[in-house]
Ligand binder design. Structure first.
Ligand code: SF4
Length: 508
């Protein structure tokens, strides 16, 4: 069996989903290989000779080794200018290499001029013409080598982001043509979202043998003839991945203590719209896994992948620190409203928390069923600041209950708490196509594709995407307190690299 992480996704840490599959396969003594085609593919394109190049591109190529080395050491995170130059130059090289394929390529971006990852016929077209893909030279050679040496009976692709979809299908098309006997399995977060759409029908018959929705461990083992006992949990295993090659100053260890979300009530949330159940791993096993993982592999940072870290996990980590700095998503409520709990989290190694505030208007929050009160959110930010834990705050503009007045309240809230906010993420609301809010609204298809997960809608207060953009560009982002926060955001890698700047004392 070969497991593949396809391009393009941020190449800064091993893929968490594949780590879980490896854990399950190792537990049952199955033989497998893993190909991080994302990391390998991006590195191979960065080093590929360019047909023609301007001054910027030639300089970027000359500095390539230095840039890669600085992103893998602490140097770039101590010097923001150096970090930004490295990212800009790497993106420039990728952009220039992929231009002849009519693809806008970056370290976390793959956009084709004509083909959309949300249209099944475009994905089939990518599969029919793999040689048009900018990664073709890389994956043709690498897959042929691997298949010749390993003779696998099955190949699994883990497809999580739209930016991976066209490359995944190009690789699938190539394998179908060159190695027709091998079984192809496709799973991952994006595939789960497609398959959880009501009225789903499989448009990939003949290309893919098995599509898997949700956690892939049990279906994969069943396909390999193993019947796992129910409720078994597997510790992730990253041994088969190139853990020293990722663009980070040391290994980032991804770990999910749950799938779904314990809150599961926010009306705009895709997790809820897809009906993904909340499945936590028992707290004792989480602590045992974390301690074992950091003992087994020297790591720089733990990335908790949970949609929202539960109270019991925070308490357990505070009592049994993993011994390595960690960060993840938390809700702006208990236990963070308690200063002592925040101090205990800091002592346990917590360097940053990602927090979904969404809005600074209470009526908007209530309408979203966010379960967050602004007074609590305020004390959470202040407590974390005092404890020395950086915050990465997520805002969502354009939800159905919001208009300009409410958006200005968000601006006021952020300005009032600017010294407690390390980083900000601004997003414009996309309505999940089958979420509760889409019912009873005038909706239109957003990406005009049969696999679209979002729909556009006529905002009841006329607060259109165009007006929101104007507000963000001309008012929100221009406020000096806010623009100072936005300027700190690490380009491309955003929250994945932000903890390293925090650890270097650049933000806190
Ligand atoms: S807390 Fe986050 S993951 Fe949980 S329901 Fe709300 S938006 Fe979804």
């Amino acid at each position: 069996m070969i497991l593949i992480h396809p391009p393009v996704a941020k190449p800064c840490e091993p893929p968490g989903g594949i780590g879980k599959l490896c854990g399950a396969l190792s537990h049952h003594g199955m033989k497998y290989r893993v190909l991080d085609a994302n990391l390998e593919g991006l590195l191979s394109l960065l080093k590929a000779p360019l047909a023609s190049s301007d001054t910027w591109t030639s300089r970027a190529l000359r500095h390539l080794s230095r840039h890669l080395a600085s992103l893998k050491s602490r140097d770039a995170y101590r010097d923001e200018g150096r970090y930004r130059r490295a990212i800009k130059d790497l993106n420039r090289l990728l952009e220039m290499t992929a231009r002849p394929s009519r693809v806008r390529l970056g370290l976390a971006n793959y956009e084709h001029e004509d083909l959309s990852p949300a249209r099944s016929k475009d994905l089939v077209r990518a599969a029919e013409n793999p040689e048009d893909n900018p990664f073709f030279s890389y994956f043709r050679k690498r897959l042929m080598e691997l298949l010749t040496n390993e003779q696998p009976s099955m190949i699994g692709f883990s497809l999580n982001y739209l930016s991976q979809a066209l490359c995944t299908f190009a690789m699938i098309g190539f394998l179908r043509r060159e190695w027709s006997g091998v079984k192809l399995v496709l799973g991952g977060g994006l595939v789960t979202s497609w398959m959880r759409r009501p009225h789903w029908h499989n448009p990939f018959n003949g290309l893919v043998d098995h599509l898997v929705a949700g956690p892939g461990e049990t279906p994969l083992l069943s396909l390999m003839g193993v019947t796992p006992s129910t409720n078994i949990h597997y510790e992730p295993n990253y041994d088969a991945l190139p853990i020293r090659d990722y663009l980070a100053p040391g290994l980032i260890l991804p770990y999910g203590s749950s799938s779904g979300c314990y809150w599961n009530r926010c009306s705009f949330c895709p997790e809820r719209a897809e009906g993904n159940p909340y499945i936590p791993i028992p707290v004792g096993e989480v602590i045992r896994d974390l301690l074992h993982l950091v003992d087994h592999q020297e790591s720089a940072l733990i990335h908790l992948l949970d949609n929202a870290i539960s109270l019991s996990i925070m308490k357990a980590i505070s009592e049994h620190p993993p011994g390595v700095p960690w960060y993840g998503f938390a809700r702006m409520t208990r236990p963070l409203t308690d200063p002592d709990s925040c101090l205990a989290l800091k002592r346990s190694g917590c360097v940053m928390l990602k927090l979904g505030l969404e809005s600074g208007d209470q009526a908007v929050l209530d309408n979203l069923q966010k379960g967050v009160h602004l007074e609590e959110a305020s004390s959470v930010l202040k407590n974390l600041k005092k404890a020395g834990i950086a915050t990465y705050v997520y805002l969502l503009f354009g939800t159905p209950r919001e208009g300009l007045i409410e958006a200005r309240r968000t601006l006021e809230f952020v300005v009032k708490h600017h010294d407690c906010i390390g980083f900000l993420n601004l997003a414009i609301f996309n309505m999940p196509i089958y979420g509760p809010q889409a019912r009873g609204m005038e909706t239109k298809t957003f990406y005009e594709g049969d696999l679209s997960l979002y729909t556009s809608f006529d905002h009841p207060a006329g607060w259109s995407r165009q007006l929101i953009r104007q507000f963000l560009d001309k008012e929100f982002k221009r406020h000096p307190a806010i623009s100072a926060i936005l300027r700190r955001d690490p380009p491309v890698f955003t929250s994945n690299h932000a903890p390293f700047f925090t650890m270097e004392g650049r933000v806190g």
